[in-house]
Write a new protein. Structure first.
Ligand code: BGC
Length: 442
């Protein structure tokens, strides 16, 4: 029996992202994003799924907010779809697109739920991709203009801003491995994307500072801190290489440390830096969000471009073969605490896919309950060890379009019957309700 107690001001939230839950891709003036295009590509998405209907939150947000409230959630992290707000990527603002987010935010506030808005969770307007997407500098400036529009229109409703969600995925899955939109496999473009995403973040924060808004603003990373597979110095080095290329290229510039030399010198990777860029990226922010799912182990391998390779894991894994390593979350929190000098941190996503079965209106997802509890225990330990962790957002509020996996992987604590769009809280949802109430013993 274990009771994990958190301070009363610890923020409990749940999270989703626009393309994964909204649907309504052709409504109220929205134009295509790179994900609409990518989903049409043969073989890109499992079973040829797409986000055209998803969990239909665009039409059912009131019902969803009601459920969040019944489950005691104090904050909802959603993302704003750029192609709804600026259908042409830049220029003319689509008021109907903004209205959706205003209505959603008002509904949340009615129920006493805080609004945590992410400006970019991967749905770049296709029209900007046609100009080169994140591999070109102009996209970073278009993002700053889009951010400004959001700050002006949604400023009165948003309690916390997040610029980007996981630039790692946007840059590497999108431009290096080709597994996510826009499906490009080109290392040079991938590193351009890394830099322009970093720059986009900094430019947006600069805009924010000018806006006069005062609520916290930060960004969300999905840090990877693989552990060395042995005590050998060379494997320690492998872990450093993995951390540098996957995490530090995003984290270091944020704190004014520039790009890690392991990447620029040992891997011979260069970034398209112009004078002043690094200062823009290092604008002070109020917090960093951390998305955490798994950890792997690595060994040195100088034949690989990033000088390391993963070795097999032994841990229990999710149905996506993601090894479950709660201790890895503690290591990441402590690492971020150290590099950022005690900056406020939030877990902005944590959760797992599971083979959920709906039976008589219930889903007994004890696998997920265990997963969440073990990670919450890691959060608590981090706090006890002095980390400035301020809140936890479970991924996800509900089952949704899981990118290249389509609808085959369910991450929700609320089950979505995609035939009827009916929602069914799973056991993990009731567990979260009780954890948030402070009366849960596990
Ligand atoms: C993303 C989510 C995604 C989740 C599970 C994160 O990388 O931000 O959009 O659904 O992981 O794969």
């Amino acid at each position: 029996m274990q009771k994990i107690e958190f301070d009363k001001d610890f923020l409990w939230g749940c999270a989703t992202a626009s393309y994964q839950v909204e649907g309504a891709i052709d409504e109220d003036g929205r134009q295509p994003s790179i994900w609409d295009t990518f989903c049409k590509k043969d073989g890109a998405i499992l079973h040829g799924d797409d986000g055209s209907i998803a969990a239909d939150q665009y039409h059912r947000y009131k019902e969803d907010v009601q459920l969040m409230s019944e489950l005691n959630f104090q904050a909802y992290r959603f993302s704003i779809a750029w192609p709804r707000v600026l259908p042409e990527g830049r220029g003319e603002v689509n008021q109907k697109g903004l209205a959706y987010y205003i209505n959603l935010s008002k509904e949340l506030h009615l129920k006493g739920i805080k609004v945590v808005a992410t400006l970019y969770h991967w749905d770049l307007p296709q029209i900007l991709q046609d100009e080169g997407g994140w591999a070109v500098r102009s996209t970073a400036y278009a993002f700053a203009d889009y951010a400004k529009v959001c700050f002006e229109a949604l400023g009165p409703y948003v309690d916390q801003w997040i610029t980007l969600n996981e630039p790692f995925c946007a840059a590497y899955l999108g431009y290096l491995y080709g597994e996510h939109a826009p499906g490009i496999k080109n290392p040079q473009k991938a590193f351009q994307a890394v830099h322009y995403l970093n720059l986009a973040h900094g430019l947006a924060v600069k805009e924010y500072k000018k806006s006069g808004l005062r609520v916290p603003i930060g960004t969300t990373l999905n840090p990877s801190l693989p552990r060395p597979a042995s005590r050998k110095a060379e494997d320690e080095k492998a872990a450093l290489y993995a951390r540098s290329i996957f995490t530090d290229v995003f984290l270091y510039p944020l704190v004014g440390k520039g790009y890690p030399k392991e990447v620029t010198e040992d891997m011979h990777i260069s970034f398209p830096i112009l004078d002043g860029d690094m200062e823009i990226i290092a604008q002070p922010i109020d917090f960093i969000g951390i998305n955490y799912y798994m950890e792997r182990a690595v060994v040195l391998d100088e034949t690989k471009p990033f000088l390391h390779r993963e070795v097999p894991s032994w841990q229990r894994a999710t149905n996506q073969d993601w090894p479950i390593v709660p201790y890895g979350l503690l290591r990441i929190l402590k690492y971020f605490d150290q590099v950022t000098n005690g900056l406020a941190l939030y877990i902005t996503e944590n959760g797992c896919a599971n083979d959920d079965v709906l039976q008589d209106g219930r889903v007994h997802d004890h696998f997920r309950c265990d997963y969440l509890n073990e990670h919450l225990a890691a959060c608590k330990k981090a706090i006890d060890e002095g980390v400035n962790l301020k809140g936890y957002f479970v991924w996800s509020f509900m089952d949704n379009f899981e990118w290249a996996w389509g609808y085959s992987r369910r991450f929700g604590i609320v089950y979505v019957d995609y035939e009827t769009q009916e929602r069914f809280p799973k056991d993990s949802a009731y567990m979260m309700r009780d954890i948030i109430s402070g009366y849960c013993e596990y």
